[in-house]
Write a protein that binds this ligand. Sequence first.
Ligand SMILES: C[S@@+](CC[C@H](N)C(=O)[O-])C[C@H]1O[C@@H](n2cnc3c(N)ncnc32)[C@H](O)[C@@H]1O
Length: 237
Amino acid sequence: MNRGTEFPDPGEHGRRVASMFNRISPWYDLLNHTLSLGLDFYWRKKLLQTVRLQTSGRVLDLAAGTMDVSRQLQKQGRCSGILAMDFSRPMLEKGRKKIDPDHVLPLAADARDIPLPEASVDCVTIAFGIRNILPREKAYAEILRILTPGGRLCILEFGSSRQKIWGGIYNLYLQRILPGIGRLVSRDRSAYGYLAETIREFPTAEDLKKELLESGFRRAEHRSLTSGIVCLHIADK
Ligand SMILES: C[S@@+](CC[C@H](N)C(=O)[O-])C[C@H]1O[C@@H](n2cnc3c(N)ncnc32)[C@H](O)[C@@H]1O
């Protein structure tokens, strides 16, 4: 892992988010796979299908967490290099066993201040991470800077959940059942309530598309998965 000097102060919101992921890192994978009923594997597989490589062959997996996306990228064997970046060191540590260090380089850094040179990666993936980053525009500006011309940003994120899904069963699950189970297993009082809250507050797919275009991406589109529970957003530089 990048053991370099400390990265810049992530600010109040960033500190809260990082400390929450530091706390839940031991439980993250277990809760992730069980609370999504295993669907997260399918969703990440769909994300990987949108990855596009060009000149450098390098991919940055941003907000990589315990590196499930990085591992899948490694398995595909298409990339010349994979960087797994997250500002929670415990999350990266937890995922360390999943990756081959000859192919994946974990890096502790903030998505709003990416320590990479301009035009150095062909593609950036971010699975269930963008929702936690504020302001998102700072991350978009950094992503645009480090992408090669024509490079691609592939976002996998929950839908905003403002509309009823499966007759409201999903909404009930998200707001009541999931935070309860999360609290019970991780013993963290707030983390899984935070999950439901940020999903509710996240922009709709159309609003996110507008945001990406206004931030400077040339083209953006989205595809909903599993009745809109999650959404793939693809934006090209
Ligand atoms: C819900 S987890 C997703 C992890 C992984 N991508 C996955 O698919 O399971 C969100 C991750 O985003 C990271 N994160 C949130 N804000 C960040 C930021 N500003 N810079 C870097 N990482 C950030 C958190 O530390 C956490 O590991």
